[in-house]
Every structure is written in C-alpha cells, then in structure tokens.
Design a protein around this ligand. Structure first.
Ligand code: SAM
Length: 365
C-alpha cells in the first residue's frame, strides 16, 4: 500500500467511483487539495524549498529587476508599471524585486500583482494585490508577466508510445495501493504527441501539460502590450521528447531528494515535470505573442551582470572569506550548467519589439 493518508483515501474514493483517473487529476489533488495538498495545506512548503529565488536573499530578484528595466522600456515606460508574477509563492521574489526596484526610475510606479493559489501568498507584504488565478486579474494598459518554476507545477497527463499507438498512463487503486494503468490515449494526447513527440522511442513516456492555453489566453487579455518572461526546467520539444529523455521527466521531490515514486503518499511531495518550451512558443503565438527570445539562465544572468556582483561584493569593507565563499556558491548555483544555470528563459512579446531585451537569443518568425 503506497499510503493510507487522508488525501489518498479521498482520492481512492474518487477513483472507485470513476475508474481510472488521468494522472493530472492525481497531481492536481496531490499538489493543490485544499486540506492536504503539498502547496495548499497548512505546513509551508517554501520553508524547505530550493529554487533560484531561495539560493540567495536578494541576488535573483536584483537581476530580474534589471531585466524588468529592459521590459519597462520595451513596454514604452508605463507608469504605473504593472508586474504580474505567476506562482508568487509566499512573495519572496516579489520582495527581492521590490527592494531592487527602489534603485530604478520605474520603481516608484511599480504595481506588483501576485497570482498564487497557495494560501502562503495571503500574508505576503510585497504584493500590492493578489489573485488566486490569472483568470481574475483585470486588464490594464501595459503589463509585464514573470514566473519562475510556475509551469512545471501545472498538472500533466502521461502517455506512452506503444506498438499500436499512444496509450494514456492513468492511475488506479489496487490492493497494493496506487498503480499505473493504461487506457487508449484520447484525441488531445494523440494530437500533442503527433505534433511534439515524434522523437520519443517505442516504450517512451511523455508528459502532456494541462492548462497552457487558458493561461496564454488570459495573459494576452491583460493588455494590448504584454511581455511575458518564463523561467523553468525544460527544453524545446525536439530535446524533451527524445531518446535521451525516453523515460520522461516526471519526478517527486521530498526534502530536496528526487524520486520516481510519484504515487507514494500524495500531498507529501512536490511533483514536477519539465516544460515543453516549443509548446509555450506555439500557444503564445496563437494568442498574439508573435515574437520571442530564448536562452539559458546562465547566459541570461551573465548578461544582466551576475559576474559584476562578486566583484562588487569582494570590495565591501565587511567581507570575510566565509561570506565571500557563500556568495560565490550562490552565484555558482544560479549559473552552473549542472544546476539552475541550465534552466530555460523565454521572453514572449505581444504588441512590442523585444530587440532591447538582454541575454536571450533573438528568435522571431
Ligand atoms: C514550484 S512553485 C515555485 C514558487 C516560486 N515561484 C519560486 O520560484 O520559488 C510553483 C508555485 O506556483 C503555484 N501555482 C501553480 N499553479 C498555479 C495556478 N494555476 N495559479 C496560481 N498559482 C499556481 C503553486 O501554488 C506554487 O506556489
């Protein structure tokens, strides 16, 4: 039996009524169940959390504030300058950006909007306003949207290439607990696989993320001029759905430890799968985000001045060997190709020219 926890029992009752559940239903409840979800239940997941935001108290926010200065210019220097953060968590990135923004002319007009379904955001002082979903954010004149590790936390359906076509890997309850069980893949999955997963070998697994269209539809509705910057695990589809990643990318993280036992103790682990950036580009384009630029976090942060940070830090009068080493370690984690530096950064624009954006390759249709 994988788990007898309360959430697992409720999900089992659901599965007993419905039969097979798409994995996205299991993941939705495991992460966002109101009582016992990983993000939405009482205990604060962010306290034991490792992202680019948490590796240093201010550095990632400082560098993103420099990027937001580029975005502000691209948007025509709006005042107020509305920044919408998707997946704002407990407001820690908002706090870092707000502090750094005090050094910029656009900082006075900053209106920082959090979009977050977890209750931790409700006490975040750095957010000027908070919405549980992008659907609820009102339209304005110009808007910057940013997110870090937001898309990887959206539920995914699972599919496997079988000899006679694609099958969906659903979940079911058996005497030994949660197990995977196949059913014929529905049209939505087959269409995704035909478009993006021709490189997945026989027996290989893909994740099909839910809700992307809805997010871009509402992102496009927010203003006539929108710049959306997405930072996340992932790759373009030719790399993501390939021989090298034939087992798929779905993982459970418990206290920084990755495990492929994603069905154990729902609600006790973060569940995450890599983002298909080609899909973000395609869906964005269909909603009016006609231009985009993309690159790796390491190059992006280098162009925004992460190298200068260490030089400035070592000139501080209070610097010690220990504080310098800690600072250098944080910089290393943010740019290392085996760590957060391998994240992808995608900036998409609607009604704007993205050429002044630093640190990302220019890619337009
Ligand atoms: C992996 S965490 C990243 C948190 C933070 N951005 C960081 O980098 O540390 C993903 C966050 O997105 C939130 N989230 C996921 N789906 C959401 C949705 N549809 N609307 C609002 N928030 C969502 C989760 O509750 C969680 O706080």
């Amino acid at each position: 039996m994988t788990s007898a926890n309360a959430l697992s029992q409720r999900l089992q009752a659901h599965a007993n009524r419905q039969g097979l559940l798409p994995f996205s239903v299991f993941m939705e409840h495991a992460l966002y169940d109101k009582c016992d979800g990983f993000y939405t239940s009482g205990d604060a997941p962010y306290a034991d959390y490792f992202t680019s935001v948490s590796v240093h108290p201010s550095l990632f926010g400082q560098l993103l504030a420099t990027h937001l200065g580029d975005v502000w210019r691209v948007l025509g220097q709006p005042d107020p300058f509305r920044v919408v953060e998707l997946g704002a968590a407990d407001g820690r990135l908002a706090d870092q950006i707000r502090q750094a923004a005090a050094n910029y002319s656009w900082g006075k007009g900053l209106a920082y909007v959090g979009v977050e379904r977890a209750p931790a955001a409700q006490t975040a002082d750095a957010l000027d306003s908070l919405y549980a979903s992008i659907v609820d954010v009102p339209a304005a004149t110009a808007t910057a949207i940013i997110s870090n590790e937001f898309f990887d936390a959206l539920p995914v359906r699972l599919a496997r290439r079988a000899t006679d076509g694609w099958v969906e890997e659903c979940v079911a309850v058996e005497s030994e607990g949660w197990v995977f069980a196949d059913q014929p893949a529905p049209e939505e999955i087959r269409a995704y696989a035909n478009r993006y997963a021709s490189g997945t070998p026989m027996g290989g697994r893909i994740e099909v993320r839910q809700g992307i269209e809805q997010i871009f539809r509402h992102a496009a509705r927010l203003a006539s001029h929108v710049v959306m910057t997405t930072i996340d695990y992932g790759a373009v589809s030719a790399l993501l759905h390939s021989e090298r990643l034939a087992a798929g990318t779905l993982l459970a993280y418990r206290r920084h430890r990755a495990s492929d036992d994603v069905l154990a103790n729902p609600g006790s682990a973060d569940l995450t799968a890599h983002v298909n950036f080609t899909q973000l580009i395609d869906v964005g384009r269909s909603q009016g985000f006609g231009c985009y630029r993309m690159g790796q976090q390491a190059d992006f942060l280098a162009a925004l001045g992460i190298g200068d940070h260490l030089v400035r830090f070592q000139e501080r009068p209070d610097v010690t060997l220990a504080t310098y080493r800690a600072e250098r370690e944080a910089v290393f984690q943010l740019v290392s190709p085996t760590d957060l530096g391998r994240f992808q950064v995608l900036t998409q624009g609607k009604g704007v020219d993205l050429s002044p954006i630093r640190g990302l390759d220019a890619l337009t249709d």
